[in-house]
Design a protein around this ligand. Structure first.
Ligand SMILES: [Zn+2]
Length: 269
């Protein structure tokens, strides 16, 4: 019964997001599938965390559009998320919701779920709000080196504070809305654990972006870009650094995975 309700809710939300142009067709199908698992197997608390991520990140993508004009060049995809982006952001969370079916009422499934969403939320907030920083960001691998806004691997004080806030919002919801049947552990240590794990995930994302993520160059615009095979101007882009298979989607998936692993470390000892 909960699975059916979850499916209907996921379908409605995916359709609304499609209509609002937050998701394209493949993105809406992927969101309906991940939503069904998270709402249907997880339940109310799980749905609230996923929606908090989805709604705030979609809203921030739309906000400050003028400030970001010209910067969108650097980001490989537009505001409409496709299936790759949906699975990159929600894949790890979906995995933990599915694990909850096999290991019901285990605190670690909730912690892993929350931390992976805190990480991708932190990363999205940093990306969207970091561009408001008046100063150019610095490379995470070399803090003495300033880079153009929007460069993968660039970090700033504003971006990092945005990241911390994005993570803390998810952590707070995870602390206030523990799933029914979960044992009441120390609530504030859960809040701090998930917040720090989410921040760590987004810093890991920047580290990959500044080192091994695939980067390309557009010979027409003389710009570094994540876009491949074609730049937004239509010119084929040339690979300049990083592992070719490690695109932005794999980096985002790693961000969520790293956040979850960090938060689950205390459960291993
Ligand atoms: Zn170009």
């Amino acid at each position: 019964m909960q699975l059916l309700l979850g499916f209907i809710l996921a379908l409605v939300i995916a359709f609304l997001a499609f209509k609002a142009r937050s998701l394209n067709t493949s993105g809406a199908i992927a969101a309906a599938c991940t939503g069904t698992i998270i709402f249907g197997i997880g339940g109310f608390s799980w749905a609230v965390l996923l929606l908090a991520f989805f709604i705030t990140s979609s809203a921030l993508s739309r906000a400050f559009k003028k400030r970001k004009q010209g910067l969108d060049e650097k980001f490989s995809k537009g505001h409409e998320r496709d299936a790759g982006q949906v699975l990159a952001n929600g894949g790890i969370a979906t995995l933990f919701a599915a694990l909850n079916y096999f290991f019901p009422h285990q605190p670690w499934t909730w912690v892993g779920f929350a931390a992976s969403l805190a990480a991708v939320n932190a990363d999205t907030w940093a990306t969207e709000l970091g561009v408001l920083n008046p100063h150019p960001p610095r490379m995470i691998t070399n803090l003495m080196k300033t880079v153009e806004k929007g460069t993968s691997g660039g970090i700033s004080l504003v971006g990092t504070l945005a990241s911390l806030t994005g993570s803390a919002v998810i952590a707070l919801l995870a602390t206030l809305l523990p799933p029914t049947g979960s044992p009441s552990t120390d609530r504030w240590s859960l809040f701090i654990l998930v917040t720090l794990a989410g921040l760590a995930g987004s810093l890991f994302d920047s580290l990959l972006g500044g080192t091994v993520q695939a980067m390309y160059f557009c010979p027409t615009d003389h710009k570094e870009t994540e876009k491949h095979p074609l730049h937004s101007c239509g010119t084929p882009t040339v690979h300049i650094r990083g592992w070719k298979w490690l695109d932005n989607d794999w980096v985002n998936l790693s961000c969520g995975a790293f956040g979850a692993v960090m938060a689950l470390l205390p459960f291993l000892v």
